[in-house]
Design a protein around this ligand. Structure first.
Ligand code: HEC
Length: 210
């Protein structure tokens, strides 16, 4: 009996890791891009032309989708270069506006939803949906990192101001296949609005840095 049990236990131990890893939900299932596209298309039937166009990925999204957001090095670099070329700077050459307006924009999730047409007010940035920003606001999402103390942690440097503007305009310039929306290049926010949000992050007086 004893001799029989030992090999059985050993076999069970050996088998356990194999079974355990294949059973976890966070493992990436193998689903083709075509299948994913079809599921998304089918979820929004009867769209007019303008809305249907929003479901068609551009080159950057296509590559990110195809590689499950982990493109090989050459494509990673290509995405970054394309993002850098897409950035439009404000005409007056300044990169910081009014942090109070920036806070209102960071709070607002208005815009581009089915119910937001025709637009009744300006589109917001919805930054709190994914980020902590000010200590006063206790309701925020955590998909993105906390931005509390953002400017202070970067010594309020000019380089950090520029980097923040570029990050918001097109996040792929820093992090190809980022999950953060491309606010500037997709015309969700204007350069003026992005300046106000940059001030929220980078102005020493902003509650983000208090
Ligand atoms: C849908 C979620 C989402 C929204 C909405 C969003 N972000 Fe992000 N953000 C992310 C994620 C995820 C990251 C981390 C990956 C990366 O750097 O792209 C990030 C990163 C950042 C970074 C870089 C942080 C660092 O460590 O340097 C900044 C700055 C930033 N976001 C600002 C903003 C601002 C400002 C807004 C609103 C205009 C915003 N984000 C809206 C998801 C989001």
């Amino acid at each position: 009996m004893r001799t029989l049990l030992v090999p059985l236990c050993a076999a069970a131990l050996l088998a356990t890791p194999v079974l355990a890893t294949s059973a976890f939900g966070q493992d990436r299932p193998e689903i083709s891009v075509e299948r994913k596209d079809a599921v998304i298309r089918d979820a929004f039937p009867n769209l007019d032309e303008q809305w249907a166009a929003r479901l068609v990925p551009d080159e950057t999204m296509r590559v990110c989708n195809e590689h499950a957001n982990e493109p090989p090095d050459d494509l990673f670099e290509e995405i970054r270069e394309r993002a850098a070329a897409s950035i439009v700077y404000p005409e007056d050459g300044t990169l910081m506006g009014d942090w109070k307006k920036g806070e209102a924009l960071a709070q607002s999730g208005y815009g581009m939803r089915f119910t937001d047409y025709p637009a009744r007010r300006e589109t917001g940035g919805n930054c709190y949906a994914c980020h902590q920003l000010t200590p006063q606001e206790v309701s925020y999402g955590t998909l993105g990192p906390s931005l509390l103390g953002y400017g202070k942690l970067r010594d309020f440097s000019d380089d950090a101001v520029k980097a923040a503007y570029e990050k918001i305009f097109n996040p792929h310039v820093v992090y190809p296949c980022s999950m953060m929306p491309r606010f500037g290049v997709n015309a969700v926010l204007t350069p003026e609005q992005i300046k106000d949000i940059v001030a929220l992050l980078m102005n020493p007086e902003s509650p983000v840095n208090q």
